[in-house]
Write a new protein. Structure first.
Length: 144
């Protein structure tokens, strides 16, 4: 029953209904406070940093060897990074799109096309090498 309820809670959260998902997870954790998966999913449902930290700490107490939980807790401990646009108002006038990720999207698309072309080139070179190797191997056969 608990695993079915957990599955439905995860499904609800993935459909972007965190309030209902949170309610279901709280019910699960009342019955089974050592449910590691429920604690992690509950951490995704809460907005407050303190509550996220509490959920991650509970999951880490259940599974102390999990490096992902440790990293997530460390990231919560880091001070928030200032936004470049907020700290330097002139950035908006010089770069109107400074708040969007548009420049990064262009960079990613360019690198993706470069990786694609490099992959095609690698396949062509590999095919050429294999063809040369098979021709070389067939020419060097000894007649018994």
């Amino acid at each position: 029953m608990s695993s079915e309820k957990l599955s439905s809670a995860i499904k609800v959260i993935k459909s972007d209904d965190k309030v209902t998902g949170r309610r279901l997870l709280v019910e699960i954790l009342k019955d089974d406070p050592s449910n590691e998966t429920a604690w992690i999913w509950l951490a995704t449902c809460v907005e407050e940093v303190e509550k996220k930290r509490y959920c991650l700490q509970r999951a880490l107490a259940i599974n102390p060897d999990n490096q992902i939980y440790k990293i997530a807790l460390e990231k919560l401990e880091l001070p928030p990074q200032p936004n470049l646009v907020d700290t330097h108002p002139d950035v908006k006038t010089v770069f109107p799109s400074a708040e969007s990720t548009y420049p990064l999207e262009i960079i990613y698309k360019r690198w993706a096309s470069i990786y694609f072309l490099m992959t095609i080139l690698a396949v062509i070179v590999l095919a050429w090498i294999l063809k040369r190797w098979s021709l070389h191997k067939s020419n060097n056969r000894r007649i018994p």
